[in-house]
Write a protein that binds this ligand. Sequence first.
Ligand SMILES: NC(=O)c1ccc[n+]([C@@H]2O[C@H](COP(=O)([O-])OP(=O)(O)OC[C@H]3O[C@@H](n4cnc5c(N)ncnc54)[C@H](OP(=O)(O)O)[C@@H]3O)[C@@H](O)[C@H]2O)c1
Length: 276
Amino acid sequence: MSMNLADCDRAREGFPRPFPNTPTNVLEQLSLRGKVAVVNGAADGIGLAVAEAMAEAGANVALWYNSNDRAVQKSQELASTHGIKSTANKVDVSNADSVQNTLTQVVKDFGKIDIFVANAGMAISKPILEQTLDEYHKQMSVNVDGIVHCSKFVGEIFKRQGFGNLIITSSMSAHIVNVPTDQPVYNGTKAFITHFGKSLAREWREFARVNIVSPGFFDTKMGASPECLNEAYRMSALGRQGHTKEIKGLYLYLASDASTYMTGSDVLIDGGYVLP
Ligand SMILES: NC(=O)c1ccc[n+]([C@@H]2O[C@H](COP(=O)([O-])OP(=O)(O)OC[C@H]3O[C@@H](n4cnc5c(N)ncnc54)[C@H](OP(=O)(O)O)[C@@H]3O)[C@@H](O)[C@H]2O)c1
C-alpha cells in the first residue's frame, strides 16, 4: 500500500502481471476438463451438488465423507455417468493427520489438486447459556479446525504446484445474527472461516485463489429446522429455501477459469435473506 502519491509513483518489478492465458469463450472458461477437484461433506446436501457440478463440467473428483458412505456409490455413479475418474475418501476433518494423509493419497491417485472445496460443517444450534462446553468444542473442531486443517495442508500442495483454488463454504450466519434460534457459536465459527478465507487470499496471492460462499437456508439436513421454517420463508425475499441445484453454478464459476480475477470474495447466495 502506498502512503502518498510519491510512494505510488515507484513502479514495482513484475507489475502489471500478465492476463491469464484462458479462453475468451465463456462456456470454454467454465469447462473443468483435465482438472482435479476435492469436495468434502460430499455425500449429501450442498457438497454432493458441488461434486456433481464439478463432474458435470468434466473434472475428476474426490468425494470426501465422514459418516455417510453413500459417497462411495455417488462417486461410482459420477464416474460412469460423466466418464471421469472419481474416488470416495473417508476423512474426519477435525483430525489433522487424517486430512494430511488423505490429501497425500489424492495426489497419488490423481497427480495434482486444482480445486479444494472445504464444505464440511455442523451445527448444535443453542444459546450459549444452554450450550455445553463439549458442544462448543465439537462445533469448533469441525467448522474451524476442519477448515484450518484442510486449508493448511492443501495450501502446501498448492504452493508446491504453483497453482490452486480453495473455496470455503461459510454461511449467511457469518454476516447476520440469524433469527429466531440463538446460535452464537455456529455464527462465530462461520465468521472465523470467512475472514480466514479472505486472509488466505492475500497470503496465497502468488499461487492460489481463495473465495468464500455464504449460503442462506438451503433445503438440506442443515437447512431451516422445522420450528424455524416459517421464519425462513418470511425472511427470504424469494419466500423459500434454496434447492441445492441452485448453488451448483456458483461453485462451478468460482472453481473455473471464468473467475480468474476473483479472489478474497465472499459471495452471499440466500434468496435475499439478509436484505432487511
Ligand atoms: N443448508 C443450509 O441451510 C446451510 C446454510 C448455510 C451454510 N451451510 C453450510 O453448508 C455446508 C454443507 O451443509 P449442508 O447444508 O449440505 O448439510 P449436510 O448435508 O448435513 O452436510 C454437512 C456435511 O458435513 C460433513 N461433516 C460433518 N462433520 C464432519 C467431520 N467431522 N468431518 C468431515 N465431514 C464432516 C457431513 O459428512 P457426513 O454426513 O459424511 O458425516 C455432511 O456431508 C456446511 O458447512 C453448512 O454449515 C448450510
